[in-house]
Design a protein. Structure first.
Length: 678
């Protein structure tokens, strides 16, 4: 994204970039066929279940003014509009927990004021949304999203892990509450007796942990040794939604003398029940709010605007990480402008507004990356086997696979697709065994399954269909509220824990935390698996110090979330990392580097006071550096010539390269001592 603070410039660039690929956003999704239903169903449950839980929380905190019907309606309407006219279709919108906290605070404030009361709460919150929308308009027009370029991986991963901790906290808190008596309930009911409360809590643990363990296990079904391929794929794609249904069915096993309220289930009015739809006409009551409270609504609106600006932009950024290799342009400015319109619309309708959510947005991208991988893999495997059956050579095999790969892409007008870069290198390396690029090839030389699994790049099926369908399904949940009320609350807590754990893979911050607790004798195992480059290039002491600093900062941010009301502003602590890194750490590091360089230079000048001696010393060092660069270039070429996928495993490769490096250093040292390098 180009950094610009010229009014309307960022919005114009976003619209120009996204309009060029708008048609492909739809055609690409439809070309996927029924396979698009797998990521759609996956993200639908990840979006709907937390929103239902937040709706139940709002119903308790607002005396029934807002319920799960309103949170589901807001999520469905905003998601539907964003999927059609939004900029980044990978971004998932929904009612988030900070919104629930802010609305709880506003309800308590309005309830304590006779001029507002419970009746004018939604009308006053409508004015809050009006002020929030105006501030979002100003930020989008002035290019405030350009600051997102300065939001580095450190802050993004810290925020992602913090959200995972909050989801896990919600799951634990919900399970603890299963042992307690809910608020506003008749404590004399049989299910609230101590023995039955204990039974309800223990059964809730069984249901929640059952969903968590089976859900995590089903996501890895493709690597199972049991069952046919299509069955494993079916379980991997639809296993988590299926487990929600299975454990909901298990909750109905207890019968007989068990009280009706065990286990506890969702509580929400039906959308057609009296009073459930009264808030849809709140716009006509907004003029009844006193002027002083209309002006005062600017205060909570400013907090919500900052919160939405941060959450929406970071959710979009995490859904577009560099690791996903997205082809299509971003749309931060335009999406923030659209969020302002959606917030205004929600305020006028009397429902809590929706914004970009984490971890649903990056989970959506990951699920689409899995879909793109499956589509590419199936096509390339079929092409390779067809080529081998026709006795094609390695060169022909490469050309056929490259052509099939290009055929699967939807290139933009201004961007050409990049094929399998490593495939050509692998083909050339494989010819060393045959000695002829045109010799026929079979599966003993070219392992189709293994080679394609290793060489396929990470790509994402960028389209709008999955977001459109999941928003439509969330809207269908409003009408299906009687069915949703059959789900036990303990299943929701298990799904919260599942989402927290599911968001951890791919987060380098989490991987570094695991590395700290890995025994030194077992760290080589990290090199044998897929890992980030810093594991091989950065000293472990540096990794440990950086990870400890990041962990302490994470705990501080998590501690802020426990502070009433002010806890919703925890993103400000993460935004504070931008000026700290840019103006404090950068200046201090420059000063430290300059001071260190000056001290080392002065020491060298003191050792060589004569200018001629210094010049001779400098010339000799330059010749040594040139020799070292030449040898390192040879080492790099030798490393590239190693077919690590066929000949060597990662552990052996690392050891061999280390030995080669030591030998080269010794060789340079001998050349210098013998006078060959003067």
């Amino acid at each position: 994204m180009e950094e610009t603070f010229v009014p309307f410039e960022g919005i114009k660039n976003d619209l120009k970039g996204r309009l060029m690929c708008y048609k492909q956003d739809w055609t690409g999704g439809f070309k996927a066929g029924f396979r698009i239903l797998a990521p759609t169903t996956y993200i639908f449950f990840a979006s709907a279940i937390p929103v239902i839980s937040f709706g139940e929380q709002l119903e308790r905190n607002t005396d029934g003014v807002l319920t799960a019907v309103q949170t589901l309606a807001s999520t469905a309407i905003c998601g539907f509009i964003h999927s059609v006219v939004g900029g980044q279709p990978l971004l998932i919108l929904g009612v988030a927990e900070p919104t629930v906290i802010m609305y709880t605070f506003m309800f308590n404030f309005a309830k304590a004021r006779p001029e507002l009361g419970r009746d004018l709460f939604l009308a006053w919150s409508g004015w809050v949304c009006v002020w929030t929308a105006l501030m979002l308009f100003v930020m989008a027009i002035c290019g405030a999203c350009s600051i997102i370029n300065r939001f580095t991986r450190v802050a993004g991963e810290l925020f992602g892990l913090l959200i995972a901790m909050l989801f896990m906290q919600q799951a634990i808190k919900g399970l603890v509450d299963e042992f307690r008596i809910p608020e506003r309930e008749n404590q004399k009911l049989m299910e609230f007796l101590p023995s039955w409360r204990f039974a309800n809590g223990m059964f809730a643990l069984v249901l929640s942990f059952g969903l968590l363990l089976t859900g995590l296990r089903s996501r890895k079904a493709r690597s199972w040794r049991y069952g046919t391929g299509w069955l494993r794929s079916l379980i991997a794609d639809y296993g988590v939604p299926l487990m929600v249904l299975v454990w909901t069915g298990v909750s109905y096993i207890p019968s007989g003398d068990v009280p009706k309220g065990i286990p506890r289930r969702l509580l929400s009015p039906n959308p057609w029940s009296p009073g459930a739809y009264g808030n849809w006409t709140v716009a006509k009551e907004m003029l009844d709010v006193p002027v002083v409270y209309i002006i005062g609504a600017f205060i909570p609106a400013s907090m919500i605007a900052v919160l939405y600006y941060f959450d929406h932009s970071v959710a979009s950024q995490l859904a577009q990480q560099k690791e996903f290799n997205l082809r299509k342009p971003s749309s931060y400015h335009y999406d923030l402008l659209l969020l302002g319109f959606l917030t205004l619309m929600c305020g006028l309708l009397g429902v809590p507004p929706s914004n970009g959510v984490i971890p649903q947005s990056p989970m959506h991208t990951k699920s689409l990356a899995t879909l793109k991988y499956q589509l590419l893999r199936n096509r390339l495997v079929a092409t390779a086997r067809k080529s081998i059956k026709t006795n094609a050579s390695l060169g022909q095999l490469y050309n056929n696979m490259q052509e099939a790969y290009h055929h699967m892409q939807t290139p933009l007008v201004y961007q050409q697709p990049q094929g399998l870069k490593e495939l050509k290198e692998s083909t050339i390396q494989a010819t060393t065994f045959t000695g002829n690029l045109n010799a026929p090839v079979d599966e003993t030389l070219f392992d189709i399954e293994k080679e394609i699994d290793d060489l396929l790049p990470v790509e994402v099926k960028e389209q709008r269909v999955s977001n459109f369908l999941q928003s439509t399904m969330v809207g269908g949940c409003v009408a299906a509220m009687p069915i949703l009320k059959m789900i036990p609350t303990s299943v929701l807590w298990g799904y919260f824990a599942f989402m927290a754990i599911e968001s951890l893979p791919g987060n380098q911050f989490w991987e570094r935390i695991l590395l700290l607790f890995t025994a030194p004798s077992r760290r080589f195992k990290v090199l044998e698996d897929y890992h980030a480059t810093f594991v091989e290039t950065v000293p472990f002491k540096t990794i440990a110090m950086f990870t400890i600093f990041q962990t302490v900062y994470l705990l501080i941010c998590f501690g802020l979330t426990w502070i009433p009301i002010a806890g919703v502003m925890f993103p400000l602590m993460i935004m504070f990392l931008i000026p700290v890194r840019q103006y404090i750490l950068l200046d201090s590091s420059k000063e430290l580097i300059f001071r260190t360089w000056t001290q080392q230079s002065m020491k060298k000048l003191q050792l060589y006071p004569s200018i001629s001696q210094w010049k001779r010393r400098l010339d000799r060092q330059l010749r040594i550096q040139e020799t070292q660069r030449f040898l390192m270039r040879l080492l790099h070429e030798a490393e590239e010539s190693l077919d690590t996928r066929v000949v060597l495993r990662s552990r052996v490769r690392v050891r061999l390269l280390s030995i080669i490096g030591v030998c080269l250093k010794c060789l340079v040292h001998e050349w210098v001592n013998s006078g060959l390098v003067r």
